[in-house]
Design a protein around this ligand. Sequence first.
Ligand code: ATP
Ligand code: MG
Length: 260
Amino acid sequence: MDASVKAGEPVIALRSVTAELGSRPVLRGIDLTVRRGEVVALLGANGSGKSTAVRTVIGQVPVSGGEVEIFGTPRRRFRDWARVGYVPQRTTAAGGVPATVTEVVSSGRLSRARFGLLRKADREAVRRALDLVGMADRAKDSVDALSGGQHQRVLIARALASEPELLIMDEPMAGVDLASQEILAKTLRAQVEAGASVLLVLHELGPLEPLIDRAVVLRDGCVLHDGPPPEAVGQHALPGHDHVHPHTSDLTPVRTGLLS
Ligand SMILES: Nc1ncnc2c1ncn2[C@@H]1O[C@H](COP(=O)(O)OP(=O)(O)OP(=O)(O)O)[C@@H](O)[C@H]1O
Ligand SMILES: [Mg+2]
């Protein structure tokens, strides 16, 4: 671990970040911090700016104002991408070329491999990651032959294969059935216990709820809430459960944001 990042120090810090896409303001000055060892959920309705916020961190969306830091380094100067694992939202892993499951997951090791050569340790990490997501038996298959949920599990294995200190996942549970979600929740718990920090974009907390330390809720490019996860979602959504808990009264807009 890097001595420059002590316990509790930010591994991701966005300060007053603004971003425009197609000349429309998408982020209107957001603050978002993930500290070492923390699991932070980024929540909000469709189009609220969650993916855009995450993509400013990994440099896929330029910011027009504010600051983005990774491991205490301004994003533009950050080079140590082997420390970061990223699972994008619903994309194909292998742009047209039919790759095998092993090839896709191995690409997660490339930032660690010298001259693109995978060593024994790399192959073992790939194998472990596939085991973790329950896809080891499909290692030689083409990713074209996988279902959407299986594909998603391969993308997660790719991020895990790099054994990152920081995991950023954009809706990792989308299209994944409940049984696989439980497997992924267990996998993620092991990563967190090993010291990983995690930023998760989610639509609902689901099986990951017990892991989440803090939730940041976006609405229309602004932070609406930053604090305890809105556990109200679910039980409060049940008919007849409309009273307001004293400690969650200011979370009421959160429920709206999540369910809209
Ligand atoms: N490449 C782009 N060009 C123009 N506008 C974009 C682009 N990507 C996203 N947007 C717009 O930015 C806003 C935020 O999009 P973003 O993908 O960050 O939302 P999100 O919170 O991740 O939504 P979802 O829950 O649907 O994934 C939306 O209004 C979207 O239409
Ligand atoms: Mg998104």
